[in-house]
Write a protein that binds this ligand. Structure first.
Ligand code: 147
Length: 655
């Protein structure tokens, strides 16, 4: 009877390289952008910021990510905000904007081998050459993208490894070819094209078009649900989950991430998986709050949280490198008899071995999308049998996690006693919602720092005169939702540095809805009674038609346009409007104001059911306001695209 049992169980996991290898492992990554997902990280105190970056990128410390994917800012809303383009206009270029350059530099400092992957969401309007399509003139778009890649090299000594097409929008084969030839012409033969960051549909075109097949390095699919299409497999191309996860980063999120990291290869032959997003560093109440591997939303306190998805990532990344090889299905890759999965990876020399096992149950590993078909996992004992080159291994190091769903903390990334192999065999007892890494490598570390400072509310009163920034930097706490903000030198010396809305024309959008009325939110979506004041100047050339301050602003992201709140607009034609919504469909009050060229001050006090406004510090209106919204962000913005300068932002609560 016992003999029979052993016989049955010897089939559980077989690790055997005698039949060769499966596909090459291309790495696990995180995505900053798509959009503005790292917004609040930049302003952290240096100490905590370095710690956070270590948890993300430092090898053998935390998530130890192997790929960093970033957005190429396009001045358009791309989920949690807008990211600045390096060419707001066809006649200028600037590589000091935004924070993705900084982030890539920090990632490379920690891991020089990290691969960089860039992808645009939206584009400045001029790319459309009079149309609303970025492909109107493929050469113009290719030039724009390759300038960004060149900017990375020239200004930051960064090598971009992978370039994508247009996030989750249609691809254009003529453009892809034109991108390849412009890359080649300008010395970027080594930059590889990933296409097309949507579903698998480009696979059919790759099969029909041998030129296209030559220039696509990997087919990148979003949210594949661990499956690839037959077409995708038959291209013979590398298959990547080039965006995946996007799940609230609690233990279920960790379960999702653990399951897809293994099963994207087991079920779908995908050799890279990239998390949207890298780190949730955007204000609470913006879309997809906390859908990152960890959370850092309090630069003012320094508080951050290292959630379990970081340690789930470590189970693979700390014991593999890009270029390791998966073993083949049935010989190191597969599903466990009672549910769960395993993948075995081998170092290029064939000598080191890492096996990652997960037993995530259905309800504890649901991702945001697609729907997860029912399956069961049961506790099980498995036998691991090492064959061929691995038969002489006597022990493997063991790293263990068990996600907890009963209120007690999860056990994450704990080193256990080595697993001893006798004649190439060992038994393992697996529970539910567990991850186990078996590895011949010994360098894994569960990195740690002293606990970060405790969580605090956004500090008020808040003042910013924008003197402390480098030119072109985006103000730290203002999170642009439409348009972009940049610190510039004012012509008027008494104002020193000011912040400017930079976007002159509607960008080529990524969101489904067309957005106008550039604005940025700040603070806390729970703010109710608020005083917000700002100085502004509307220039003579390329100007916007008006500016506003607002309180209780209740939307950002792709829904930014339908935002409600209390908005106080001032127009240079000497009018003001108070409205209940950004689009001014619900006007609460309007009248005239003594406008003149130069700097002015807008002040708005929202207190329970009253709003009081002042212009140049003189009372202008005092009105009753609707009960909805009850609370929201502070905001600053303009009436339409076009320049406006702002200075001396001041925000206070008023009880
Ligand atoms: C993706 C975007 O690429 C990201 O920028 C971010 O918005 C992320 C949030 O989950 O989602 O876009 C998708 C949005 C909706 C679907 C798929 C991808 N969807 O509904 O299937």
């Amino acid at each position: 009877y016992q003999v029979l049992l052993i016989k049955q169980s010897t089939a559980d996991i077989i690790i055997d390289d005698s039949l060769g290898y499966g596909r090459d492992f291309d790495g696990i990554g995180g995505l900053s952008g798509g959009g503005a997902t790292s917004k609040l990280l930049v302003n952290y105190p240096q100490e905590q910021r370095d710690q956070i970056l270590d948890f993300l990128f430092k090898p053998n410390f935390g998530a130890s990510l192997q790929i960093l994917k970033v957005e190429i800012g396009g001045d358009a809303q791309s989920t949690d905000g807008t990211e600045a383009s390096h060419m707001h206009n066809s006649w200028e270029e600037n590589y000091a904007r935004g924070y993705e350059w900084w982030l890539m530099v920090e990632a490379k400092k920690r891991n020089p081998n990290i691969k960089l992957y860039a992808l645009p969401w939206g584009f400045p309007g001029w790319i459309g050459q009079g149309t609303r399509s970025p492909y109107a003139n493929p050469g113009v778009l290719a030039d724009y993208i390759v300038r960004w890649i060149n900017g990375a090299r020239v200004h930051y000594n960064l090598t971009i490894d992978y370039i994508g097409i247009w996030n989750e929008k249609q691809y254009d084969i003529t453009y892809i070819k034109s991108l390849r030839s412009v890359l080649d012409q300008r010395g970027f033969q080594d930059v590889l094209i990933i296409a097309a960051d949507e579903k698998w549909e480009i696979s059919a075109d790759i099969k029909k078009d041998t030129d296209l097949a030559k220039i696509v390095h990997a087919v990148g699919c979003h949210y594949p649900g661990t499956l690839s299409s037959n077409d995708a497999v038959s291209t013979g191309k590398k298959l990547w989950a080039s965006e995946d996860y996007s799940t609230f980063n609690d233990e279920i999120g960790a379960g999702c991430w653990a399951r897809i990291l293994n099963q994207n290869y087991v079920n779908g032959l995908m050799t890279s998986t990239i998390s949207w997003n890298l780190i949730a560093s955007y204000y609470e109440d913006l879309p997809y709050y906390r859908d990152g591997l960890m959370t850092a939303v309090q630069p003012w306190s320094g508080n951050y949280v290292v959630q379990s998805p970081i340690w789930v990532t470590a189970h693979t990344t700390q014991f593999t490198s890009i270029g390791w090889k998966y073993l083949t299905h049935g010989n190191g890759v597969g599903k466990l008899p009672k549910g769960g999965s395993y993948v075995a990876l081998v170092s290029p020399a064939g000598s080191d071995l890492t096996v990652v096992i997960e037993t995530m149950t259905h309800d504890h590993s649901i991702c945001i999308r697609p729907a997860l078909p029912k399956y069961t996992v049961k506790a099980q004992n498995v036998t691991i049998t090492l064959k061929n080159h691995f038969v002489n291994i006597t022990h493997m190091n063991v790293w263990f996690s068990k996600l907890s769903f009963n209120g007690t903390p999860s056990t994450v990334f704990i080193k256990q006693n080595p697993l001893v192999f006798v004649s190439g065999q060992a038994n393992l007892s697996l529970g539910l919602d567990e991850m186990i890494t078996l590895t011949t490598l010994s360098e894994g570390v569960k990195g740690s720092y002293p606990p970060p400072p405790s969580s605090k509310p956004f500090p008020l009163p808040y003042k910013d005169n924008f003197e402390g920034y480098s030119l072109s930097e985006e103000p730290f706490m203002l999170a642009p939702q439409i348009g972009t903000l940049e610190v510039v030198k004012s012509q008027n010396t008494s104002h020193g540095q000011v912040v400017r809305q930079m976007v002159l024309h509607a960008p080529l959008k990524w969101c489904p809805i067309t957005l106008s009325f550039p604005y940025a939110v700040i603070g806390d979506h729970n703010w109710r009674n608020l005083f917000i004041e700002i100085d502004f100047e509307i220039p003579d050339v390329n100007a916007t038609d008006g500016v506003f301050v607002a309180a209780r602003v209740n939307e950002g992201g792709c829904e930014a346009f339908i935002a409600h709140g209390i908005y106080f607009f001032a127009f240079p034609d000497a009018r003001y409007i108070v409205a209940n919504d950004l689009a001014r469909t619900k006007v609460l009050s309007q009248g005239s104001l003594p406008y003149g060229k130069g700097w002015h001050t807008l002040s708005l006090l929202v207190q329970e059911q009253k709003a009081v406004g002042a212009y140049d510090k003189k009372g202008l209106f005092s009105i009753d306001i609707p009960t909805i919204p009850q609370s929201g962000f502070g905001a600053v913005g303009t009436d339409n695209f076009g320049l406006a300068d702002f200075d001396n932002l001041y925000i206070a609560t008023h009880e």
